[in-house]
Design a protein around this ligand. Structure first.
Ligand code: UDP
Ligand code: MG
Length: 139
């Protein structure tokens, strides 16, 4: 199973713009199976914990504020080479640098409000998925 799963969130900017369906369709059309799915809103404290790895970065406070500002969709996704292939599907952190036909190119508005999260390693995919989902919530 290692290497076959990643974790994503549809961020508050994309939810507010009614792009949940469009983004889930891009994910399914790229061959990812949805293993777990949740529509929820993070508290500031939860967003701070999720992004703790970035706590020394200058954008951390703004990121935590933004990620707790409205509802998000969290999901665990399965596909061969899931982490790397999903990073390709979402595109660069800054939509101005994202490739054509990537989720961020199509739906992100800025480097901060960039529509989606994607795990950066198998280890973090496991940690992040377990932050949101119990074993009973995975299919
Ligand atoms: N971020 C930001 N400003 C920056 C870099 C990152 O606001 O200069 C935000 C952005 O929402 C990004 C998140 O912090 O998605 C996590 O940053 P990371 O470098 O891990 O980018 P990602 O892995 O999401 O592409
Ligand atoms: Mg990252």
């Amino acid at each position: 199973m290692l290497g076959n799963r990643t974790f994503t969130m549809i961020k508050p900017d994309a939810v507010a713009k009614n792009n949940i369906g469009n983004i889930l369709a891009m994910i399914n059309n790229a061959g990812f199976k949805i293993i777990a799915l949740k529509y929820t809103q993070l508290s500031r404290e939860q967003a701070g914990t999720f992004y703790e790895v970035h706590k020394e970065r200058p954008f951390y406070t703004e990121l935590v504020e933004f990620m707790s500002s409205g509802p998000i969709v969290a999901a665990i996704l399965e596909k061969n080479n899931a982490v790397a292939d999903f990073r390709t599907l979402i595109g660069a952190t800054d939509p101005a640098e994202a490739a054509e036909n990537t989720i961020r190119k199509k739906y992100a508005e800025s480097k901060g409000k960039n529509a989606v999260h994607g795990s950066d390693s198998d280890e973090n995919a496991q940690i992040e998925g377990s932050f949101f989902f119990s074993g009973l919530e995975r299919f």
